[in-house]
Design a protein around this ligand. Structure first.
Ligand code: NAP
Ligand code: MG
Length: 362
């Protein structure tokens, strides 16, 4: 936070450009300052969300993916593999204009072309009394970028891609999303076929029902509002925020890995007071292993990929054998009776990793 303040937030822009140049990045949790943080850190400005800045430079989409561990069962019994959520993060109700109308009158939808063409006017409703109206939009380029990022990530994860909308009701708006998705899938059909990745379009309510019954192992592309709501449902369904990773994927295939949680402020202040904490580092470790794997894949260095997979396996085994932080202890099955402190968990993972490597023939 201090360095962002010292550089006038240039470091965030530099970081995004570095990811553009190198193709892979890792991000730690950052503070998005509110008024209290501005005072606490004596900031020059209430700097914008770094995630927002990086996302707009990379034109990327954020995908959340849970980490599955045998003794941390998801709330939904059928879920066996990760359900990755991709949320379109532009437009719809998040960039809408609304009016509360006081009494009778007519609401219209008007489009005035800046070049050639007729002005278009359509009636929304004749009000007999008070009510409310909303105007919202999306752009073809944003939807296309979103579809491309979803395809890239489904290919990278080798999981099926689902997209749901309500095109039976919203024939134009939701229908537009469906068509743009279908066009992008058609363009990528060889790559999808080769990777064994199938694309399914469904009605959003059908998608919700299918997701609850599925065993997971899929990427669910969601319109903005659906993604906002469903990502929180999926995250809590899988258990702890400490087991949720997040990757930002650009339409041209650049990847930024991070933990989905924030700086875990409450624990940090305990730490500052000198109190022990039990903060789960798994999502942060997986951000690094995800990035290392991707790097190894791009550089064709399988030993790097293997190392990352080994670290992930060691972390998983550590939890499966009963060493875990408090957030996981509360939901573990079978129950465990004590929890590891922040550093104890990391030491346990490091110890296992050392053993793993010293056990390997030279
Ligand atoms: P948070 O850091 O995600 O933590 C919220 C709560 O979730 C914690 O207090 C803790 O619950 C639990 N939790 C989250 N991660 C955990 C972990 N690894 N291990 C154990 N428990 C965990 O959200 P926040 O406290 O609302 O936000 C703190 C700061 O992070 C804010 O400045 C915010 O702007 C920033 N933030 C950044 C990102 C990002 O960079 N991607 C994302 C979200 C928030 P208990 O208190 O019950 O133990
Ligand atoms: Mg939400």
């Amino acid at each position: 936070m201090r360095h962002r303040d010292d550089t006038g937030d240039q470091v965030t822009t530099d970081a995004a450009n570095a990811i553009k140049e190198y193709g892979v990045g890792v991000k730690c949790a950052t503070i998005t300052p509110n008024a209290a943080r501005v005072k606490e850190y004596n900031l020059k400005e209430q700097w914008k969300s770094p995630n927002g800045t990086i996302r707009s430079i990379l034109d990327g989409t954020v995908f959340r993916k849970p980490i599955i561990i045998k003794n941390i069962p998801p709330g939904v019994r059928s879920w066996k593999k990760p359900i990755i959520i991709g949320r379109h993060a532009y437009g719809d109700i998040y960039k809408s204009t609304e009016i509360v109308v006081a009494g009778p009158g007519t609401a219209e939808l008007v489009f005035t072309p800046s070049g050639e063409g007729e002005k278009r006017v359509m009636k929304i409703h004749d009000f007999n009394g008070p009510g409310v109206i909303m105007g919202m939009h999306n752009t073809e380029s944003s939807i296309r970028s979103f579809a491309q990022a979803c395809i890239n990530n489904a290919l990278s994860e080798k999981v099926d891609l689902w997209f749901g909308a309500k095109d039976t009701i919203s024939k134009q708006y939701h229908g537009f999303f469906r068509d743009v998705f279908a066009e992008e899938v058609e363009k990528a059909k060889d790559a999808l076929l080769q990777a064994g990745v199938r694309y399914r379009y469904m009605l959003i309510d059908d998608a919700v029902a299918q997701v609850m019954k599925s065993e997971g192992g899929l990427l669910w592309a969601c319109m903005n509002y659906d993604g906002d709501v469903m990502s929180d449902m999926i995250a809590s369904g899988f258990g702890s925020l400490g087991l949720m990773t997040s990757v930002l994927v650009s339409p041209d295939g650049k990847f930024e890995f991070e933990a989905a949680h924030g700086t875990v402020m409450r624990h940090y202040y305990e730490h500052l007071k000198g109190n022990p904490t039990s903060t789960n580092s798994i999502a942060s470790i997986f951000a690094w292993t995800g990035a290392l794997s991707k790097r190894g894949e791009l550089d064709n260095t399988p030993e790097v990929v293997k190392f990352a997979q080994t670290v992930e396996q060691v972390v998983t085994e550590t939890v499966e054998q009963g060493t875990m932080t408090k957030d996981l202890m509360l939901i573990a099955e079978p129950k465990v009776s004590n929890y590891a402190l922040t550093e104890e968990f990391i030491d346990a993972v490091a110890g296992r990793l050392k053993k793993q490597f010293s056990a390997r023939p030279a």
